[in-house]
Design a protein around this ligand. Structure first.
Ligand SMILES: C[S@@+](CC[C@H](N)C(=O)[O-])C[C@H]1O[C@@H](n2cnc3c(N)ncnc32)[C@H](O)[C@@H]1O
Length: 502
């Protein structure tokens, strides 16, 4: 770890450089602080009370590192070929190319600027960007195993990132050594292993620091978070169509689900504005969006208590199917079940298709206009598509074997079907929870132990949040089951129905 004085000196060099940029502003009552004790790197903190709507800092657009500001564009214009592409540049012009996308171009630009050393006009900024990350892309197998059954493990995307770097980044550098390693280059020529590591470093920096330079939509976070909603690794960003840029100072803000600042995009600059009074000593926080703990960890390498309200968990369809098969009993042969599966796949909605898993999450009100969290996040229902797929599955069973009683009854009566559906989902939720090696209670105990720290703590936090959500979903299913059993005339098999007769 850098010494405190080195760390603070590089922060100061960065602030001095930033303030020297024409058009840049940096409010007197804020400062960059060393928040490494809280595992939060650098952050920006208020030195005095700051009233709402105060402009905290201004970043001129030409200070952004992107396709239209880096010298790489004039060196390799064909890479930034404008034809047949609708990506936008930092100031709204068209840019980019067929073979590259906004991710790969920005990775190439960042590698190029980094290798220029002092010749890059962004040197003081590049010096404070991270060289190591806590995102799961960099975790060992042992560390990853702490995520247990979390679906996050399948969304890390290390292999696809490697493949993208080998096919789109390394060949460009190999073809143009005089550009990436000019004669007067301060950097020794790097071999493929070193270049791969450098490209990973830049890819991960972009994932956690870059801004989407498209005009904002109402529900967008403050622009940071260069990744599609349902991202997988950092290879694709909405099919590479948006223009990404590294925005010095805007990316020195840390973030949380409850925040107090907003980055606005204007024609010639970006500004950070206070959303409410920010008191002296308070950290200035941006917003990365309503991300679950797992997504926050995947993209940014940290978790916070406030983001847990947005936690999500995947329920595997095969677990629901397994419970239904148990209810049908031994009346159907294996080949008949295989035909059911084929039929379900063909019957499933053409647009939505057959889903292998369903995401469960709470309903949560949006933060208010001052960045405060309002109201509670509550689990209030299963995805409609899950029930739809269940019904499609029942129809397929009936089609292959018309006389399976439990299925015939379920298809002829809505409440009987609902009850069967809820019972199967309840069992599946239990099985899903059983796929994690530790219990919710053990995880809670682990989180209470001070020696559980760093990556392990974040993994335990993610898996605990998923189990908690599975429990809330189960409690909701129990309530629904009681209701449906109460409603059924002569319903005699549920605890609620029994209670009613007493
Ligand atoms: C855009 S940067 C913010 C500046 C960063 N702290 C730095 O020192 O360069 C995003 C990174 O900051 C860290 N970060 C942001 N918000 C945080 C928070 N609330 N708690 C801990 N770390 C945070 C994470 O490492 C994240 O990947």
């Amino acid at each position: 770890m850098e010494t405190n004085s080195d760390f603070n000196e590089s922060s100061q060099r960065f602030v001095d450089w930033f303030q020297s940029l024409p058009g840049a502003t940096f409010h007197n009552d804020i400062e960059i602080r060393d928040l490494r004790q809280q595992n939060a790197g650098r952050g920006i903190v208020a030195k005095a009370d700051i009233p709402p709507d105060t402009v905290l800092f201004t970043i001129p657009r030409n200070a952004i590192i992107c396709a239209s500001t880096s010298a790489l564009k004039s060196q390799l214009p064909h890479l930034f070929d404008l034809e047949n592409d609708d990506a936008e540049s930092c100031d709204g012009d068209e840019a980019s190319s067929k073979s590259q996308d906004s991710w790969t171009l920005l990775i190439l630009i960042m590698i190029y600027e980094f290798l220029q050393g002092p010749a890059s006009r962004w040197k003081p900024y590049l010096d404070i960007l991270p060289s190591t990350f806590d995102t799961p892309m960099f975790w060992s197998d042992t560390e990853l195993s702490e995520l247990q059954a979390s679906a996050l493990i399948h969304r890390i995307g290390k292999d696809s990132a490697d493949q993208m770097i080998r096919s789109k980044i390394l060949p460009i550098i190999h073809d143009h050594p005089h550009i990436f390693f000019p004669a007067n280059s301060p950097s020794p020529k790097l071999d493929d292993t070193q270049l791969l590591a450098l490209a990973h470093r830049m890819g991960s920096t972009i994932m956690a620091y870059a801004f989407d330079l498209e005009p904002e939509t109402d529900d967008s976070a403050s622009g940071l978070g260069a990744d599609g909603e349902e991202g997988d690794g950092w290879v694709e960003d909405r099919e590479g169509k948006t223009m990404l840029g590294m925005v010095p100072m805007a990316d020195m803000l840390n973030a949380d689900a409850e925040f107090n600042a907003h980055i606005a995009h204007h024609e010639d600059c970006l500004t950070a504005t206070a959303l409410r009074t920010i008191h002296a000593g308070e950290e200035i926080l941006n917003y990365y969006g309503s991300l679950s703990s797992a997504e926050l960890l995947r993209r940014y390498g940290y978790v916070t208590a406030k983001h847990a309200r947005y936690d999500a968990v995947e329920l595997a369809w095969e677990l629901v199917e397994k419970r239904l098969k148990e209810r049908v009993g031994g009346g159907m042969r294996r080949e008949e079940w295989e035909r059911v599966t084929q039929l379900v796949e063909s019957l499933s909605d053409e647009d939505e298709g057959f889903e292998k898993s369903f995401v469960l999450e709470r309903s949560s009100p949006d933060p208010d206009s001052t960045g405060r969290l309002v109201g509670e996040a509550v689990f209030d229902g299963l995805p409609d598509e899950l029930e739809k797929q269940f019904k499609t599955f029942l129809k397929a069973v009936k089609n292959i074997k018309p006389d399976v009683e439990v299925v015939v009854r379920a298809l002829s009566d809505r409440d009987i079907r609902k009850e069967l559906y809820l019972e199967c989902v309840r069992g599946a939720l239990q099985d899903q929870e059983g796929q994690y090696q530790t219990s919710l209670e053990e995880d809670e105990r682990l989180l209470g132990e001070r020696q559980v720290t760093g990556r392990k703590r974040m993994a335990v936090w993610v898996r605990r949040g998923e189990k908690q959500l599975l429990r809330e979903a189960k409690a909701w299913v129990d309530r629904e089951l009681a209701e449906v059993r109460n409603r059924r005339p002569g319903g005699d098999d549920g605890p609620a129905a029994k209670r009613r007769r007493v």
